[in-house]
Design a protein around this ligand. Sequence first.
Ligand code: FES
Length: 146
Amino acid sequence: MLAPHVGTPGALLPMLHALQETFGCIDESAVPLLADTLNLSRAEVHGVIGFYHDFRRTRPGRHIIKVCRAEACQAVGAESLLDHVRRSLRVDDGGTTADDAFTLQVVYCLGNCALGPAVMIDETLHGRVTPARFDTLAAEQREGAP
Ligand code: FES
């Protein structure tokens, strides 16, 4: 999984992506291995992981919920939707629900600005999401509906 990237310029990012794709997160134990392999300091590896918000240090829930809070979505209620999502799921930003069903990520633009507030659940984008619609979508995911 990592071997094809060793020796190529800028190998750290593809290696981090490969680790996360395989294991769901970047485990702390990978940092010294990556640093030694790529002749980087551990601080440099930590810096890259911390800089890119898509890299996770812990395993996510079964479904990733991304709520947009960029300007266009804010103008149509994204903040109150986000407050509702946090209360409904009982998680803070970046957190995972107690049943491991959902991980909440706050993002800045999902490319659906004309149909805000925008929410992405796994790979599916939803527009004009109200708190009630969010609850329906979350319940469908919990029940395994498409
Ligand atoms: S501002 Fe929310 S999708 Fe672009």
